[in-house]
Design a protein around this ligand. Sequence first.
Ligand code: FE2
Length: 493
Amino acid sequence: MPPNVRYCSEEEIQFLPPYFKNTGDTPEPVLCRTEGRWPEWLSGTFVRTAGGFWSVPLSEDGSKPDAQLQHFFDGLNVLHKFEFVGGKVTYQSRSTADGVIQKAKKSGFLHTLIFGLNPNTALRDAQDPCWARLGSQASIRAAAFTSIILTRELIVGTDFNALQILDMKTLEPKRIFTYAAIDPELAGYGICAHPPKDRKRGHIYNYLISDEGVMYIFAMDYASNPAKLVWKTALPCKPCYIHSLAISSDYAIFVRNPVHMDTSDVSKPVSQMLTLETGESTIFYVLDKNTGSIVATYKAAHFFFFHSVNAYDYVDEKSGLKTIHVDLSAYSGDYCSFLDYNFSNLLDPACPFALPRLVRYVWGVLDGGGPAPGSLVPLGKLGNGVDIPCPAFTSGIVKTDWQTGKFLAWRPENGESAPCEPVFVGRPGATDEDDGIVLTIVINRTGTHSTLIALDGKTMREIARAVMPQVLGFGPHGSFIEEPGLYDGMKLY
Ligand SMILES: [Fe+2]
C-alpha cells in the first residue's frame, strides 16, 4: 500500500476544500443570476453527477461518529441539472442516495460499494466484520456515474452492473435495475461507466464478465422498445477492469487494460482489489459493429487508461488498408492514478498526481492542480515551507489540436478555482468542430458557491455565467441533452 493511503479522520477532512465536503442539494428549481449573454440557440438540459455527501451520519441522534468516505470516487451522488431556455438558466439538484444515507442512520453502518478505504473505520480501530460482505452488495452511489437521458426520465450508471432511474423533472430516484432486466444474457458484473453510443444505429456498447469469469462485449439496441441485446461476443482473454470502450463508425474497440480485480478477498475496498499486471501488453480487440465478430487483435506496449476520447476508421490512401485511430488518455509505466485520489494523498502538501497523456482535438481539463491565484479554498493542508500545497484539484480547461500542435487554455480568475470536466455543446448548424460553447463549473473564491461558465469554443473566452445557490461537489461527469430527448421512447425497466 502506498504510504499516502491511510484513513483520514473527521479532524483531517476539514482541510479539504468544499467540493470534497457535503454540499447538500437544491430540490426546488431556482432561477440563476446570470452575467454575460447566454446564446439564444442554447436550448436543453445540462446534467452533472457529482459527489455530494462524503460524511454520512451513522445515528439519528449524533451519538456515533460519522462515516467518512475516503476517496474522490466514493462521494454519494448529488445530481445537478441546469435548464436553458431563451437565455435564462434554471438550476436544481437532488441527492440520489437518500436510501443509502437513511439505512446508514438506522443500521449504524454505511453499506455501499466503496472504492477507497472503509469509511466506517471511525467506529472501530479494526475493520468491521460486516465489511467482508460488502463486495457483492453495491448500492447506487456515485462520483463515477455517467448519465443518459430521456424526456421524462433519466438513467445513471457506473462501473458496475446497476442502473438507476430518476424523474427528469424532480430528479427523484425511482428504481434500480441491472442489464439482466433487459436480457438475462446480460447477468454478471463488469460494465463500464462510459458505454459509447452509436446514435445512427441506436446501439450502445459495453463489456460484461459472467459468473464463470468469461469476458464479453455486447451491443444493446436502446432505440427499440423494449431495448434488446443485439450481439454478445466472448473475448479470448482474462477478465480485466476498464472504464470506457471506444467506437469508430464501423467498429467497436475494446482495449484490455493490464489490470484486473483480485476477488480472493472481497473484504478489501475496490482500489486494493485492482491488481496491475506488471509488464503485460495492453491488447486491442476490434469487433464488427454489425455482427460482433472479432476482426482484428493488436498487442501494444504496456499502459493503463481510464478514458477513451475518440476513435475513427478510414482507408489509408497510400496503403489502401483500413486504418483505425483510437485516442486514449493513458498512463505509462506501472502506475495508475486511482490511488492518488485518496483524501490522505490529497491532504498531503506534496500531493503528487500522475498525469495521463493525450490525444487529438479535444477539450480537456488540466489536471494536477495548478495556479488558483487568490483562492481561499486551497486543496489540502497548508504547506510546510518545503513542499507547496496544491492550489486546486484542477487548474484550467484546454482545447488542443493534435494535428497542428496548437492549444488554447482557459484558467479561472478572481480567486475562482477547480473547473470541472468541460462539456462542449455545438451550435445547431455549425460546420466547424469548435463552433459552440464549452460548459464548465468553478467554485468561488471563498468556497460558498459554484458558478456555471460558458466559454466560446473558438476563442476559449468566457461569454456567460450563471451563479448556483450551492457548491458543486467534485464529480467527473456530465452530459448535455439537446431537445428533444435522444432516447425518447426507450422502455424503462
Ligand atoms: Fe469516467
